[in-house]
Structures are given as C-alpha cells and as structure tokens.
Design a protein around this ligand. Structure first.
Ligand SMILES: [Fe+2]
Length: 344
C-alpha cells in the first residue's frame, strides 16, 4: 500500500489551527488505525509462572489484611498494554487471587463478567446469588454481570484461584462499576452439577429465568469427558466448551471458555484466529509455541497469545496435559469480527 503523507509534511500553522478547532487530519494516522492485512496487536505473547506468583501472593497475605484489600489479587498484566492498565489482552483481565483460612471477601456485584478457575487449595466457596458453589481444583465458577457474589474459606490452607474478567473491554466502554452488599443468605448448595445426567430441576424444565442456569462446572466432569472423547476421537484438538446447557451457547457473553486435552507425546496445532487467547495449565506440562516464541508451562502456569498467532501445544510427557482456555471469540462473533486463517 502506498505511503501516506506525514503530519510533519503539513505547515505548522495549519496543524496548530486544526488543534485549536479540535480537528485532526486522518491521513497521517490512517495506516495505524487500519493496518494492512492484519491488526498490529499491543498484546504480547507472554507467560506467567505460578512458582513466581505464589510466594508473592502469600506475602501479599502477610502485608495486607483482607479488610484492606477486599479482593487480594495480583494482576497478570501484559507489558504490551502497559502494566498499569492491568490487561492480559484488549478484552481479558487475569488475576491470581488468594483467600486465607477463615477469611471472607465481601459480597458485591459489578458490570464486568467474571469466572474463577481454582488453582490450589480446598474448602473455599463462592456464593453467587445465594447459591453456594464449592471450589475445588480445576472447577470453573461463573459470576456473571450483575450477580451478587462473595468468597469464603472454611479450610486450613490458603486457596488460590485464577480470575478471568472482561474488565478491559467493559472499562473501555465506560460501563464498569461495582456495588457493595451484605452477606448473602445461602438458598442452595451446588454440590452437584445442576444439569448433570440430563436432569434439571422441574421448575426450570422449559427455560430458566436467568441467562446463567449453570454457575459451577466441576473439573472432575470436564476431565472425564475429555478422557472419553480422546479415546473416541482420532484427530486433534480434543477440546470441550463450557456452555449454557439450555441454549448450547457460550456460558458467558463476551469471553469464551473451554478445556483442552493434549494426549501424551501429542502436538496440537491451532490455526491463527482473530481472537486473542489465554492458556492455563490445570494438569501436566506443555511446551507452548506462539509464533517464534517458546514457553515451557508447568501446572498452574498461565500464558496469553495475541490475535492471529500460530499456536503449537506440544506434550513431551507420557502423561496427558489438560489446559483451560479463555478467548475473545464470543464477542468477536457477535460483532462480526471473528475469522480463522490457514497455517502457513
Ligand atoms: Fe467480583
């Protein structure tokens, strides 16, 4: 494409007059806002090692009481966006949250959607609109936009989980805010998947009144499904999406969630897609290649890949590897922006 005229090519007096009238010439910036062929993302390929994060998170527990933190979180910030902006990608926020025994992170609700993927520890819980969801390793718990939620911990060891929110997008839209609330009375305990075995509570047998009929996706169920699928399916990837069981659509509206199994000694090649992605290792180890960069990921490590990256996931081990994936596909599909390209 042809090189366009620069701002410096214009007379200074002309540019000053434009500024005084709150006007900007488009052509010097046109290639920046409409780059040829594909976007030029701020999102960098990057990985965060859990063994680096955990001691700093435990130290945060000593430095700041929960009452002074409300949510004790270290944000996994992508330097490409500037650390202070607290973004993993342009849409996705990631945080590692610590809750110590007997602590309570008070009830609130906010416009950004959130999920929690439990990384370590037992006997914590998240109460969402009165439904008490136990938190065990690998479980996915939804706290969608506008739903009251709080976290408590009845166990003896620290609990750590990965928060994934669409905060960067909602904040950019100037739609982000929070309300504080009182401790919620528990109305039911979700110790089993509400939609397990094709059964639903009869009062919801036509259609629940909420967009979020299922709030907790137990890891044991997801893992078993992946293992069964890996035997039945010969190709790759072996991947299952977390969906709304009533509609089959993505479980949340902006970010999509899935779980991926990489068989022993298997390489999974993902095609370049318009949606940036986050990978978090639930079990096992994997070598992650994002374009020309390589990251060795162990259990509980997290990484992100920018849009249109070629991603290889290589399992060198004789044990299967299980990965939690978050991506921007749902919002991109709703906006007509989603595309997949061939590998080169
Ligand atoms: Fe929250």
């Amino acid at each position: 494409m042809e090189q366009l005229a620069r701002l410096e090519d214009l007379p200074v007096t002309y540019v000053d007059t434009l500024k005084q009238n709150n006007l900007v010439p488009l052509w010097p910036s046109l290639r920046n806002v409409l780059p040829p062929v594909k976007p030029v993302p701020l999102t960098q390929a990057i990985a965060w090692k859990f063994q680096e994060i955990k001691p700093l998170l435990i130290e945060a527990g000593e430095l700041t009481p929960i009452e002074k933190a409300e949510r004790r979180v270290l944000v996994l910030a992508n330097p490409g966006h500037g650390l202070d902006n607290m973004r993993a990608t342009s849409v996705i926020y990631l945080g590692m949250q610590l809750l110590l025994p007997k602590e309570w992170a008070p009830a609130h609700r906010h416009t950004p959607n959130a999920v929690r993927l439990i990384v370590e520890g037992e006997n914590a819980y998240t109460t969402v609109e009165g439904q008490k969801c136990p938190m065990s390793h690998g479980d996915l718990i939804l706290t969608p936009s506008g739903l009251w939620h709080e976290h408590g911990h009845d166990g003896d060891e620290p609990v750590i989980w990965l928060d994934v929110l669409d905060l960067p997008l909602v904040y950019y839209m100037e739609a982000s805010f929070v309300e504080g609330g009182e401790c919620q009375p528990v109305v039911s305990v979700l110790d089993k998947p509400r939609y397990g075995a094709g059964l639903v509570p009869t009062k919801h047998h036509i259609r629940a009144e909420t967009d979020y009929p299922m709030l907790r996706y137990p890891w044991a169920e997801a893992k078993q499904l992946l293992i069964d699928l890996a035997k039945e399916q010969t190709d790759a990837p072996v991947q299952v999406a977390y969906v709304n069981p009533e509609t089959g659509e993505d479980c949340q509206k902006i970010i999509g969630y899935s779980a991926l199994m990489i068989r022993p000694n298997e390489t999974v090649q993902l095609p370049p897609r318009s949606a940036a992605q986050v990978f978090h290792v639930i079990e096992g180890q994997v070598e992650l290649k994002i374009d020309a960069q390589t990251f060795a990921l162990d259990k509980a490590d997290t990484a992100c890949a920018p849009c249109f990256a070629a991603v290889d996931l290589i399992n060198h081990s004789s044990e299967a590897c299980f990965i939690f994936v978050a991506d921007e596909a749902p919002i991109q599909k709703k906006l007509g922006l989603y595309s997949v390209r061939e590998r080169r």
